[in-house]
Design a protein around this ligand. Structure first.
Ligand code: FMN
Length: 396
């Protein structure tokens, strides 16, 4: 009896260790080899593990739909220079990425000669300088045909959806290249409305009207789904999102990270650093994902400042359908995707969620119990209680 007791303890400890280091080991084969009492003990540990520690890979359903595409999980790789390298694309797919947005094709790449001839046109000259400083020369200088060739190679190299991204200026360029990207095999098209205003004479509503017209025109031109990647700097972003939704856009990517110049006080010159995001940057997309849940027909993809599983889970709790990540890959490499997915599953097991839809939008404006969340009153409340709140930051 004593030996049997020891055996049981040994088998239980062994099972626990195996479960920790090999979440997918063949539990049933082990059970068949044991006595009844030991089987019960193993099953008890297995269940306790699942419920309390979430150490088991239960093959939960983390699939999601975005732009009509069935994605195996909510993690999309955002447009960046990482994705122009075929080996990196394959590593991202292997690490678990559900879809990839290819680097944007810019108007400057398409109409470089025209734009150089029109250097005196402030709008493009300014934008040109901005684009050159953000994006490395080799990519930027590649002409549109070379771009299409690289895009087609990328499409062949991976099996997950590849989304093309376009940042044009002229209407004709939007439509012509939207079609060319569709023909090159894009599964969807992201319109990169990178808009960092500089003109004093252009009314906000003119910019919005232009963007809405482009959406309508591109939707008529292509048959693939179309999303828009936006900045948050509209007077009332919610109105703009609603109007874009009415034009039939399939998804909103909230938000692009707009480039801001800096000043070097020693050289007394402008400089153009491109800093990666920080963890704090995801509050804005979080808020808008929370406000948009259940309000529009199109999907919402949260972007900027999403680094780990906690950030992804927050976005889904707010109501996002998917997220896009870039900075976290520059900082931690492609394996970060696998880590995010594993940590998400552990959290879901702990919370006993079997699918994303069980908690998507649980903390959205529509569903949240706190009547002050997402409202102005919350801001007022914070300011009224500022003395108390800011006690954590003592003035030295
Ligand atoms: C080096 C680099 C290149 C980028 N290129 C593009 C681009 O071509 N098109 C685009 O829409 N966004 C581009 N982005 C912006 C990212 O897609 C993303 O929106 C931004 O980095 C915020 O996400 P993150 O906080 O996960 O980095 C680029 C970002 C970086 C760091």
């Amino acid at each position: 009896m004593k030996t049997e007791g020891k055996n049981t303890i040994f088998i239980c400890c062994f099972t626990l260790i195996i479960l920790k280091i090999m979440p997918n080991f063949n539990l049933f084969k082990t059970i068949l080899d044991c006595k009844l009492f030991e089987r019960a003990a193993i099953l008890f540990i297995f269940t306790a593990n699942k419920v309390n520690y979430g150490l088991i890979n239960t093959k939960m359903n983390i699939t999601t739909k975005y732009l009509g595409l069935e994605l195996k999980n909510p993690i999309i790789i955002g447009a960046s220079n990482l994705v122009t390298d075929i080996k990196m694309l394959q590593s991202l797919e292997e690490a678990g990425a559900a879809a990839i947005v290819y680097k944007s094709l810019f108007e400057e790449q398409i109409n470089l000669e025209n734009l150089q001839m029109q250097e005196d046109m402030d709008e493009y000259a300014n934008r040109n300088a901005e684009m050159i400083s953000i994006f490395p020369q080799d990519i930027y200088e590649a002409g549109p045909d070379e771009f299409l060739m690289h895009f087609k190679e990328a499409r062949k190299a991976i099996s997950i959806p590849l989304i093309a991204s376009l940042n044009a200026v002229f209407d004709d360029t939007w439509y012509e290249w939207a079609k060319k990207l569709e023909d090159a095999g894009a599964d969807a098209l992201e319109l990169n409305f990178y808009n960092n205003p500089r003109e004093f004479d252009m009314e906000g509503r003119a910019i919005i009207r232009e963007e809405l017209d482009v959406i309508a025109g591109v939707k008529k031109t292509v048959n693939i789904p179309v999303s828009v990647k936006l900045s948050a700097f509209y007077t009332n972003p919610l109105y703009v999102f609603k109007e874009m939704d009415k034009k039939g856009v399939d998804g909103l990517v909230l938000f692009n990270r707009l480039f801001q110049p800096d000043i070097n006080i020693n050289s007394e010159k402008m400089n153009y650093p491109y800093n990666l995001s920080s963890g704090q940057d995801n509050r804005l997309p979080l808020r808008y994902a929370g406000m948009l849940f259940g309000q529009l027909n199109c999907d919402v993809c949260a972007n900027t400042g999403i680094f780990n599983a906690e950030d992804v889970i927050k976005m889904i709790l707010a109501g996002a359908d998917t997220v896009q990540v870039v900075s976290t890959l520059y900082k931690h490499g492609p394996q970060q995707i696998q880590k995010i997915l594993e940590d998400m599953e552990i959290w879901m097991a702990n919370k006993q969620y079997d699918s994303l839809s069980e908690f998507r939008g649980k903390l959205s404006m529509k569903n949240v119990k706190d009547p002050f969340a997402y409202r102005r009153a919350q801001y007022v409340d914070i300011l009224m209680r500022s003395a108390e709140i800011f006690k954590q930051y003592p003035i030295l």
